[in-house]
Design a protein around this ligand. Structure first.
Ligand code: GLY
Length: 370
C-alpha cells in the first residue's frame, strides 16, 4: 500500500514515503542517512504523548538512539523564544554538521525545526515526520521553513529541503475530525488547482477517506505530494508557478487575520472557504463556468467542512476591511495583490490583474448571506 514520491531537486533530491506503519520502521528508513546511530527529535507535547514511544522503538530497532525535546503545542510556539530554545537544545545535544535532526509533528514543528536545521552550524540535514494531514500534503514537502513575526506569519525563514519525509498515514487516526478535515482542505486545493480527474476522484472517495480507509488515504496523500513535488521542482523559490499552491490563500489569510488566528477558523478551513471564493470570483470575471463554484462548494459541504463565511462563528469585519487585510499578505508584490484564479476545475493561474471592485462584490455578497 506504501507509495514513494521522489523530489528530484538538483543535489538535494529526496523521497517522500507515504504509508501506514512508518514510525515503527523509522530506524531502517533513516539509518542510510546517518554517520552515527544517534538523532535529535523535536516534537510537541501532544504528539509526544501519543506517538513518541512508537518512534523511539522504531529507531531503536535499527540501533538508533534518540534524544527528544517536546515544545508546547500551537501556533504561538512558532516564534523566536521557542526557536531559540530549540537551537540551543540542539547544540547542547552536540548535534554535528553530519548529524540529522528530526521534525516530528504538524506544520508548526516542521516549519520551526526545519528553520533551526537550516541555521544550526550553517545547516544540518533534517527529516520530516509529519503527523497532521496538512503537514503531510503541504508543509513537510518543498523546503519552506520559518517562524512568525509580530508583523505577520512566516516572515522569518529559509528554504531548506528535508533529506527524507516519512508520512505515516496511520498516525492520522489520532487527529480530531476537525483537524483531519482542515488538512483535507489542502488536498481539495490540489485537485482544484491542477488536476480535475483528482477532484472527480475526491468527490467519489472523499467520504471513505474521511472515514479512515487507509488505501484511499495513502492515494490522496501521495497524489497531493506528487503534485506539490512537480511544482516545487519547476519553481523552488516561488518566482512563478509555486504561487499556484496558494489557491484560496489570499481570502484565507484575510479571514485568518480577521479571526485573530484563533480556533474560530483553522488554516485548512480557511483554505477551503478561500478556494470556494476564488472560484466564485473567477466565475464572476467570466473566467470559468457558473457551475464550477457550485461544484466546489457542494463537495466541501458534503465533506462536512466549513464552506461559507456563514460557517465562521462570531463577527467578521466589512468587505472593505477584509480587502485591506489581504493587502498585508506577504505575497503582495509592488503593492499589487496577486490572486490565483481558475479557468475551470484543475486550471488555476496566477494574476495581478483583478479589479478590487470584483473582490469587494464577492465578499459583500458572502457577508450578506451570513
Ligand atoms: N505552502 C505553499 C508552498 O509550499 O509553497
Amino acid at each position: 500500500m506504501e507509495k514513494t514520491v521522489h523530489v528530484p531537486l538538483d543535489g538535494r533530491a529526496y523521497d517522500v514515503v507515504v504509508g501506514p506503519g512508518l514510525l515503527a520502521q523509522a530506524g531502517t528508513r533513516i539509518a542510510p542517512l546517518l554517520r552515527r546511530r544517534k538523532v535529535a527529535v523535536v516534537t510537541d507535547e501532544n504528539v509526544s504523548a501519543l506517538h513518541l514511544e512508537t518512534l523511539r522503538a522504531g529507531l531503536a530497532s535499527a540501533g538508533i538512539e534518540m534524544e527528544a525535546l517536546a515544545l508546547p503545542p500551537g501556533e504561538s510556539t512558532k516564534r523566536w523564544p521557542q526557536f531559540e530554545r530549540t537551537v540551543e537544545w540542539l547544540l547542547e545535544q552536540k548535534v554535528e554538521r553530519n548529524d540529522v535532526v528530526i521534525a516530528f509533528g504538524g506544520g508548526v514543528i516542521g516549519d520551526l525545526v526545519g528553520f533551526a536545521a537550516a541555521v544550526l552550524r550553517r545547516g544540518v540535514r533534517f527529516v520530516q515526520i509529519p503527523t497532521s494531514l496538512l503537514a503531510q500534503v503541504d508543509s513537510s514537502v518543498g523546503g519552506k521553513t520559518g517562524i512568525n513575526a509580530p508583523q505577520g506569519k512566516n516572515l522569518i525563514g529559509a528554504f531548506h529541503q528535508p533529506a527524507l519525509v516519512l508520512a505515516d498515514t496511520e498516525v492520522l487516526g489520532t487527529l480530531t475530525a476537525r483537524d483531519f478535515l482542515a488538512g483535507y482542505g489542502e488536498v481539495v486545493k490540489y485537485g482544484l488547482l491542477g488536476d480535475s480527474d483528482f477532484f472527480d476522484w475526491l468527490e467519489t472517495n472523499g467520504p471513505a477517506l474521511a472515514a479512515g480507509d487507509m488505501a484511499t488515504r495513502v492515494e490522496a496523500v501521495a497524489h497531493s505530494v506528487q503534485m506539490k513535488a512537480d511544482i516545487v521542482v519547476r519553481d523552488e523559490t516561488e518566482q512563478g508557478d509555486r504561487a499556484l499552491l496558494n489557491l484560496g490563500h489570499t481570502f484565507c489569510h484575510a479571514l485568518e487575520a480577521a479571526t485573530g488566528y484563533s480556533d474560530r477558523l483553522f488554516h485548512g478551513e480557511g483554505v477551503a472557504i478561500g478556494c470556494a471564493l476564488a472560484f466564485e470570483l473567477s466565475s464572476r470575471l467570466g473566467l470559468c463556468s457558473q457551475e464550477d463554484p457550485s461544484r466546489v462548494r457542494a463537495h466541501i459541504k458534503a465533506m462536512g467542512m466549513k464552506t461559507d463565511l456563514a460557517d465562521i462563528p462570531g463577527d467578521l469585519p466589512s468587505a472593505e476591511a477584509l480587502v485591506e487585510l489581504m493587502g498585508q499578505d506577504k505575497k503582495v508584490v509592488d503593492g499589487q495583490l496577486r490572486f490565483i484564479l481558475a479557468r475551470g476545475i484543475g486550471e488555476a493561474f496566477v494574476t495581478a490583474d483583478v479589479p478590487k471592485e470584483a473582490v469587494l462584490g464577492v465578499l459583500k455578497d458572502a457577508l450578506a448571506a451570513r
